[in-house]
Design a protein around this ligand. Structure first.
Ligand SMILES: *[C@@H]1O[C@H](CO)[C@@H](O)[C@H](O)[C@H]1NC(C)=O
Length: 587
C-alpha cells in the first residue's frame, strides 16, 4: 500500500514536472531517460555474410550474434564509400566524403602513407568533437587512417586528438598492412614496379648505346653498358633495402601524440587494444563516455593469435573473423563488469564490405558479402557497401528488432549528437539522419529517401526508397569492368572508379533491390512500366544533391597523397626503432 502510494506520488511529480518544464529547455535527447555512453565497435573490411546473425552458418560469431539478439539489427545499412579512408571520414563527420575532400580523383583510393600531408581537414567536425564539447570523455583505440600532420612533423592537424578524442592508442595509419612479410612483399612489388617504370625509358637508350659501342672498334666499348647495369643493380638492391624502411614508415603505434612502438609488433596489438579498452572503460565509468574500438581485424594480413589459428573451416580469414568476435565479446564483458551495460548504446559495424580480390592461390583472404554483388572498392555494387549494423541499448531499444529500411553509417553522427543533448553543426550540410525514431519503432518518415554511392569523386549509383513506400530502387550510372566471366576485378588489388576499367551506362542500369537484392536482373522499360519515371526522379535528386556540393581540396590527390619525408614520425632516431609498449603476448 505504502509502496503504491509512493509510486503514485512519483508519477504525479514526473507528470507535473514534464508539464511545467519549458519545452525549449529540453534538448531532443532529453526524451531518453539520460544521456547514454557510446561504445562503437568498428570492424575493418568485414563482409556482411561473415556473421552468423547475417546468415553465415559455418563461422562462429556468438558474441556479435548475441549483440544482435539483444539489440536492433539493420539489414540495409550502407557505408558511404567502399574503401577505408573515405568511409571512416563519412562515419565520423556524418557527411559524404566528397564534402570533406576525403576522396581522390587519381586512383589513390585511401591514404597511402602515414607521412602524407592529406587527412581529415581540421575544419571538419566529428561526433567525437561534439561529444567532448558536451562533456563526454572520448577515446579511440585502434586504427585511424585519416591522416596525421599537415605541414610540419608533429603539428598533428589530422590526428585523433585534433578531432575530438581525448585519448588515442593505436595505429595512425592502416598499420597492419605493412607489419608482416605478406603485405611487405606487395609493397616491395609496387616499389619494383615503380622502378621498372623509371628504368623502362632508359632501356632502349642503353641498348642503342651498347650496340653502337659494340659496333665501334674502340678499346672501351662496354663501359656505358657496365655502368648502366651497375646502376640498375644498385637501384634494385636499394628497393630491397628500402622495404623494411617503408614498413617502418607506416607501421607504428602511437599513444596520444607520441610514437611508442616502431615498427609495430603485430601479434601483440589485439591484447594491447583490449587492455586499453578495459583501462578506459574503468577510468571513464562515472562520466558519460565515447569509446571507439576500431579493430585492425579483419583486414589483411590477418594477424591471428594461436588460440584462433585453425579454429574455423575458412582458413586464416575465418580464424581472424572468429578472433574479432572473441574481442567483441571481451569488450562487451568489460562493459558488463563495470556495470555499464544498461547505460551504454553499443553500435557494431564494418567500414565497408569484404574484398573479393584479396586472394592468393585461390585461398580467400577477404570477406563474404552474403550473396550481394561485388565487394570492397566497387563504388555502387551492394557487396562493397552493405555492412552489418547493430544497435544495442537495453531497456530503450527493443531486443531482436530487425529493420530493413535503408540507413547509412553517416546517421551515427546526428544520432549520437541528439542523444547527448547536442545539436549537429548548422553551418554545413550533414547527410546523416537521426536514427532514434526508426530504431525505437516510432512511426514517421524513413531517414533516407535517397542515398548516393560514390567511387572516389565519381557518382556510381543512387538508391531511392520512395517516402510513400514501395520497392527500393537502385540506379547504376557507372560500373567497374570485372574480369571476363568473373564477379570481381581479379588480378588488380581493387577495381578502378573511372577510366577504361569502368563502363558508363546510358540509360543507367535500374534494379529493384527489394525484389532482386543480388542485383542480378536489370529492369527494362518493357518489363517495368515505371522505368523512365524512376530514372527521372532519381536524376532530379542527383542534380539537387550535386547543387549542395562545394569544392573541397581533395586530400587523397597529389601532392597531399605523396610521402613527405618532413612529416615522417620516427621514434628513437634513424632508423626509427623503439618499443615503449609492454608486450602481453598474442591473443
Ligand atoms: C561464411 O563466411 C566464410 C568466410 O568469409 C565464407 O567463406 C562462407 O561462404 C560463409 N558461409 C556461409 C554459409 O555464408
Amino acid at each position: 500500500m505504502l509502496q503504491f502510494r509512493i509510486r503514485s506520488i512519483w508519477t504525479l511529480v514526473v507528470v507535473v514536472g514534464t508539464w511545467i518544464l519549458p519545452a525549449e529547455a529540453q534538448p531532443r535527447g532529453a526524451s531518453w531517460r539520460r544521456r547514454p555512453n557510446f561504445l562503437i565497435l568498428l570492424a575493418d573490411d568485414l563482409g556482411l555474410g561473415d556473421l552468423g546473425c547475417y546468415g553465415n552458418s559455418t563461422l562462429r560469431t556468438p558474441n556479435i550474434d548475441r549483440l544482435a539478439q539483444e539489440g536492433v539489427k539493420l539489414t540495409q545499412h550502407l557505408a558511404a564509400a567502399s574503401v577505408c579512408t573515405p568511409s571512416r571520414a563519412a562515419l565520423l563527420t556524418g557527411r559524404y566524403p566528397i564534402r570533406s575532400g576525403m576522396v581522390s580523383s587519381e586512383g589513390q583510393r585511401v591514404l597511402q602513407w602515414a607521412a602524407a600531408s592529406g587527412g581529415l581537414p581540421p575544419q571538419e567536425v566529428t561526433f567525437a568533437r561534439i561529444l567532448q564539447d558536451a562533456g563526454y570523455l572520448t577515446a579511440l583505440v585502434g586504427k585511424w587512417h585519416l591522416g596525421l600532420s599537415c605541414a610540419s612533423l608533429g603539428d598533428h592537424c589530422h590526428h585523433p586528438l585534433s578531432h575530438g578524442f581525448q585519448r588515442f592508442v593505436g595505429t595512425p595509419f592502416s598499420a597492419m598492412g605493412e607489419c608482416t612479410q605478406w603485405v611487405l612483399t606487395q609493397k616491395l612489388g609496387r616499389l619494383r614496379a615503380g622502378l621498372h617504370v623509371l628504368l623502362r625509358p632508359l632501356c632502349p637508350a642503353v641498348l642503342a648505346m651498347a650496340a653502337g659501342h659494340l659496333l665501334r672498334p674502340t678499346r672501351l666499348p662496354r663501359a656505358p653498358v657496365l655502368w648502366a647495369s651497375l646502376a640498375a643493380v644498385l637501384l634494385s638492391a636499394a628497393s630491397v633495402l628500402l622495404g623494411p624502411l617503408v614498413a617502418r614508415a607506416d607501421c607504428f603505434l602511437m599513444r596520444n601524440h607520441s610514437v611508442t612502438q616502431q615498427p609495430l609488433r603485430a601479434p601483440g596489438v589485439a591484447t594491447l587494444m583490449l587492455r586499453e579498452a578495459a583501462h578506459f572503460l574503468h577510468s571513464a565509468r562515472r562520466s558519460p563516455f565515447l569509446l571507439v574500438v576500431s579493430f585492425l581485424h579483419v583486414h589483411t594480413p590477418l594477424v591471428t593469435g594461436p588460440r584462433f589459428l585453425g579454429s574455423s573451416p575458412h582458413g586464416i580469414y575465418g580464424d581472424n573473423v572468429q578472433e574479432l568476435d572473441w574481442m567483441v565479446g571481451e569488450v562487451l564483458g568489460m562493459l558488463e563488469a563495470e556495470g555499464l551495460r544498461e547505460d551504454t548504446l553499443v553500435y557494431f559495424t564494418s567500414d565497408h564490405g569484404g574484398s573479393l580480390e584479396a586472394q592468393v592461390d585461390g585461398q580467400q583472404y577477404g570477406g563474404w558479402n552474403g550473396g550481394y554483388r561485388g565487394g570492397k572498392g566497387m563504388g555502387g555494387w551492394e557487396g562493397g557497401i552493405r555492412v552489418p549494423g547493430i544497435f544495442r541499448w537495453p531497456g530503450q531499444l527493443e531486443a531482436g528488432r530487425v529493420i530493413h529500411e535503408p540507413t547509412s553509417l553517416m546517421d551515427v553522427f546526428p544520432t549520437l549528437c541528439y542523444l547527448a543533448g547536442a545539436e549537429p553543426p548548422r553551418d554545413r550540410v550533414i547527410d546523416g539522419r537521426d536514427l532514434m525514431p526508426l530504431l525505437s519503432g516510432s512511426p514517421g518518415r524513413p531517414p533516407h529517401e535517397f542515398l548516393f554511392h560514390y567511387c572516389e569523386d565519381v557518382l556510381h549509383a543512387a538508391r531511392w526508397h520512395p517516402a510513400r513506400g514501395g520497392p527500393v530502387w537502385k540506379v547504376h550510372y557507372v560500373t567497374p569492368n570485372f574480369r571476363p566471366g568473373a564477379g570481381a576485378c581479379y588480378g588488380l588489388p581493387v577495381c578502378p572508379c573511372s577510366g577504361p576499367g569502368v563502363t558508363p551506362h546510358d540509360p543507367p542500369l535500374l534494379f529493384d533491390v527489394s525484389g532482386d537484392p543480388g542485383e542480378a536482373r536489370p529492369l527494362t522499360p518493357r518489363a517495368e512500366p515505371r522505368f523512365w519515371r524512376v530514372l527521372g526522379r532519381v536524376a532530379r535528386a542527383v542534380a539537387r544533391h550535386r547543387g549542395t556540393l562545394r569544392a573541397a581540396a581533395l586530400q587523397l590527390d597529389a601532392p597531399r597523397s605523396l610521402w613527405d619525408p618532413r612529416l615522417q614520425p620516427c621514434c628513437g632516431g634513424f632508423p626509427c626503432r623503439c618499443d615503449r609498449e609492454p608486450f602481453f603476448g598474442a591473443a
